[in-house]
Design a protein around this ligand. Structure first.
Ligand code: UDP
Length: 452
């Protein structure tokens, strides 16, 4: 078991080096420890080797692997470039880390590039992200210029020699201006909830999107009126990644000991970036309501993706809301915490995802895959995953979330059955290998690939 990335250099996992807030977390023996007592690496460990197709055989079976190889035959030697806005943190980077090596193994030459930009650019793209999720935003000429200039610098920096260029999300969408100089097919892969976009931001982006050959959305409800074909690709998780693979019980226990989580009592967890749209403050309120009736601890574990400058502020607000409650454990984890997140999810009695808006919600997929009873908001792609009372519990409010926490903690058989059903649902629909198949089919279609 690889535990190398735990317990070495002293960084404050609350992310406020030098700012001792005095909030304690309780150790299993009930002794209070300060957050600064907990040490994890402040440098990323080398990434583990990506899984090979054969490694999936025990999970999905030989026939599905054969199908992938067959679909890839007509694409041998074709090339793809994926462009994303962040190399680490957030669901998209996570997914590309597994997807790209598998497509490469199937004979399609695939590269993954990350755009660069100043703080002003990433503040704007964060605001765009929130606005496309339905938030208020007024687009100025200056904002548009910064967005376009940063894209233009990236356009000059990145090579676009591949047969298919895939642009992920709005941040690099203006790279499409390179299209005329190339003979490639361009695809816009949108991972965010576009069901109710801010009109100003969407009307700025839409003409760019309509220059692509195709747009891909993560849910039926995100589809837009567009002049280009649209496809539905559910996102997915990698069952063999550090975040999702099976773990030794001793490792799970060690993580709980390190973080002061008492496994003899119920543990309710939300794993999410400290972002308002993930509603961590709502989770604290739901916990406080449920706590009047049932004993539980709350774990809020997250970090800030490199394209999200707002994270530190939200984290500080969550720490304030948690006040001095030793049963609220707040963990600000670095982006390379896959194993720790996996262990936290597996150690949880219930997993919550109380987002106000959501893309697909990969944390929900991860929770279901681990057969955890899951309570999640009916936003974004979550209802595709959590079918109410079948694969989890869908909620619409803080009160609803508190009620479900209380209900599931007091009805463990029902909770167990939800978790079991959730696991099967993910296996059927949201694993990486299903995603590889969708990409192969789309590439074949775009490139007019025929059997040899
Ligand atoms: N995640 C992580 N570290 C964190 C918080 C989240 O690695 O501190 C992971 C989480 O396990 C999931 C992904 O980041 O795999 C988040 O994807 P999701 O679709 O839930 O939300 P996003 O952050 O992309 O909005």
């Amino acid at each position: 078991m690889d535990t190398a990335n735990i317990s070495s250099s002293p960084i404050d996992i609350a992310g406020h080096s030098g700012s001792m807030t005095g909030h304690g977390i309780s150790s299993p023996t009930g002794m209070k420890r300060r957050k600064t007592d907990i040490h994890i690496d402040d440098t990323p460990p080398p990434p583990p080797p990506p899984p090979r197709l054969l490694d999936y055989e025990p999970i999905i079976g030989q026939a599905v692997l054969d199908e992938l190889r067959y679909l890839a035959e007509a694409l041998q030697g074709k090339s793809v470039k994926m462009v994303n806005s962040t190399a680490m943190g957030g669901g998209v980077a996570e997914m590309l880390n597994s997807l790209v090596p598998l497509i490469v193994e199937l004979g399609v030459v695939t590269h993954w590039d990350v755009i660069t930009g100043g703080n002003d650019f990433f503040e704007i793209t964060k605001a765009f992200h929130n606005a496309l999720h339905g938030g208020e935003y007024h687009l100025t000429r200056k904002t548009q210029e910064i967005f376009l200039q940063n894209n233009d610098q990236n356009r000059k920096r990145i090579q676009f020699d591949e047969d298919v260029i895939v642009i992920h999300d709005p941040q690099p969408a203006a790279l499409i201006s390179e299209r005329d100089a190339r003979n490639a097919k361009w695809v816009w892969r949108c991972h965010i909830d576009l069901s109710n976009p801010n009109a100003e931001v969407w009307s700025f982006l839409k003409p760019m999107v309509e220059r692509f050959d195709a747009a891909i959305f993560s849910s039926q409800s995100f589809a837009q009126r567009l002049s280009v074909p649209q496809y539905l690709f559910y996102p997915c998780i990698d069952a063999l990644s550090e975040k999702n693979k099976e773990l030794d019980e001793s490792y799970i226990q060690q993580i709980c000991d390190d973080y002061g989580i008492d496994r003899s009592r119920p543990v309710v967890t939300q794993i999410s970036r400290f972002d308002r749209l993930k509603d961590p403050l709502g989770v604290v309120k739901a916990y406080q309501m449920a706590k009047k009736y049932v004993d539980l601890q709350l774990v809020l574990a997250g970090g800030s993706a490199s394209d999200d400058p707002e994270g530190a502020q939200v984290l500080a607000e969550v720490e304030d809301a948690a006040a001095n409650d030793p049963d609220i454990i707040i963990l600000n984890l670095p982006p390379w915490s896959g194993l720790q997140i996996n262990a936290l999810q597996r150690a949880s009695t219930i997993i919550v995802q109380k987002s106000l808006r959501e893309g697909f919600g990969l944390t929900v997929t991860e929770a279901l895959w681990k057969s955890k009873p899951t309570i999640a908001s009916a936003v974004g792609g979550i209802p595709n995953q959590v079918i109410h009372k079948l694969t989890g519990a869908l909620v619409h409010s803080v009160e609803g979330c508190a009620y479900q926490i209380r209900y599931l903690l007091t009805h463990p058989d029902h909770a167990r059955q939800l978790g079991k059903n959730g696991h099967e649902h993910v296996k059927e629909n949201f694993l990486m290998t299903t995603n590889v198949k969708r990409w192969l089919l789309l590439l074949r279609f775009l490139l007019g690939a025929k059997e040899k």
